[in-house]
Design a protein around this ligand. Structure first.
Ligand SMILES: Nc1ncnc2c1ncn2[C@@H]1O[C@H](COP(=O)(O)OP(=O)(O)O)[C@@H](O)[C@H]1O
Ligand SMILES: [Mg+2]
Length: 444
């Protein structure tokens, strides 16, 4: 055949291949939750073969295989021989299943009697190398079994939001991914108040923007306090029911929120329920999430007496709101560079109320300790190890354990668009807007 013809045919085949790939790849990604095709077709089968072929040796080398026969035997009547059995039996391996979120897989392992999950946790480093995956986590969902979850690639690479993940529950939002490639969910029903700590440029405001963008699609009122002149929150101002941009406005807003909380308390008392969640759907007041960026601005006393008084009032109001709010559908999400006793005694008391903790990159150990120390001491070292290049990476606690996670990166345009799209969902809270205005006037 003519050589030119062959070149033409090969070029045509290549073009068809590329077009087919371009057509199918996004569809398959959508169908299979963002897992790249190459992991389905090549990575997963190869890793499964590797797991099968290395399992026996891996278990022998990490002491996970056990021998059924005793380590000694009698020779004749008087001689006992000790030794190691030649073929120890590895624990039974289940069928590996592909992980729907990112490149990964999970496999169940049946424990031998006498084995504990701790032995498998101790062997995770060896498993990572034997299976050639990025990381491995061992959990024990059922007695007598462990589940090994392996992630093939680092899931904490920058994840530019191309689509919004649906909220798993009302008042919950998927704000990024965790280190084992599962969804990072902030669930305000489980933990009502959150503290986000991190140095400047570590990703705090981006995380708040992701949270607002997701909660914005739900019937929730969002209220912002951004005392840096509203620079960060102006992006999604359309979806906010009220936005305070200086301390006087913030104080007015907080006082109005406390009045609102007291009114809700009266409603709950009249209905004989312990929280707004016990009320019927049509009676329940709309949940309010108060977002505070750079909270130190509220606490810094300033030189004047009036400034000092205002700071103390703000601190008291925030603390009261946190104490009352949890049961009344009023939630606080607070971002700070540091959040300790240097801001005043009110800050430490407020921190104790903020049960959810997220710690981005920090400049000193004390800041990490403020965020995570009272929940999980081991997490402090992990938070300190976050580098400057890992923007948006944070350590948070989920179910009593710490995990590394990265928020999804939303561009300012994305945030603005989603806020405009959800603007019609913004509940009208006229008394908050009025309090804001009154606060603003007293400032002038
Ligand atoms: N999850 C993320 N992935 C990648 N880059 C991020 C992420 N979160 C934040 N960034 C980048 O980090 C920079 C600082 O983020 P920002 O949220 O303003 O930090 P902070 O509020 O802590 O000062 C931004 O320019 C943003 O692009
Ligand atoms: Mg910021």
């Amino acid at each position: 055949m003519d050589a030119t013809l062959i070149v033409w045919i090969l070029t045509a085949l290549l073009c068809v291949g590329l077009l087919t790939q371009a057509y199918w790849e996004p569809r398959l990604r959508r169908r299979f939750g963002g897992v790249p095709l190459v992991w389905y077709l090549i990575g997963f089968p190869v890793t499964v073969c590797r797991i099968r072929f290395t399992w026996r040796r891996l278990c022998q080398n990490t002491d996970l295989a056990v021998v059924r026969r005793p380590r000694y035997t009698m020779v004749g009547r008087d001689v006992m021989v000790r030794g190691v059995a030649l073929r120890p039996i590895p624990p039974r391996l289940g069928v590996p299943k592909i992980n729907r979120l990112g490149c990964g897989l999970s496999v169940r392992v049946r424990l031998h009697p006498g084995q504990t999950p701790a032995q498998f946790i101790a062997a995770t480093e060896a498993i990572v190398h034997a299976w050639r995956v990025h990381s491995v986590r061992v959990i024990s969902p059922e007695r007598g079994e462990v589940l090994i979850v392996a992630v093939a690639r680092d899931p904490l690479v920058v994840d530019q939001a191309r689509r919004m993940y649906p909220a798993p529950r009302f008042m919950a939002a998927v704000v990024g991914r965790t280190g084992d490639s599962s969804a990072w969910v902030i669930d305000l029903r489980k933990i009502p108040h959150w503290l986000v700590v991190g140095a400047t440029q570590s990703g705090k405001s981006t995380l708040l923007a992701a949270l607002v963008t997701h909660l914005g699609a739900q019937p929730v009122a969002l209220v912002g306090i951004d005392c840096k002149g509203g620079m960060e929150f102006s992006l999604f101002a359309k979806r906010l029911s009220a936005l305070a941009t200086n301390r006087a406005e913030a104080l007015g807003l907080l006082k109005a929120m406390i009045t609102e909380a007291e009114a809700r308390m009266a409603v709950c008392r009249a209905a004989g329920v312990r929280s707004v969640w016990g009320l019927d759907d049509d009676e329940r007041p709309v949940p309010i999430v108060v977002l505070v960026d750079e909270i130190a601005e509220l606490y810094l006393a300033g030189a004047t007496l009036a400034g000092r008084k205002e700071a103390v009032e703000c601190s008291t109001a925030l603390l009261r709101l946190a104490q009352l709010g949890a049961a009344l559908g009023i939630h606080l999400v607070v971002a700070a560079q540091r959040f300790g006793s240097e801001l005043g005694p009110g800050a430490t008391a407020l921190r104790a109320q903020l049960g959810g903790r997220i710690c981005h990159r920090v400049n000193d150990e004390a800041s990490a300790e403020m965020a995570l120390g009272d929940l999980s001491p081991d997490a402090i070292a992990v938070a300190q190890a976050i580098t400057e290049d890992e923007k948006g990476v944070a350590v948070t606690t989920i179910g009593g354990h710490w995990v590394r996670a990265r928020s999804m990166l939303l561009t300012p345009d994305n945030v603005r668009q989603y806020a405009a799209r959800n603007a019609h969902r913004t509940p009208e809270l006229p008394h908050l807007a009025a309090a804001l205005e009154a606060g603003g006037e007293s400032h002038e």
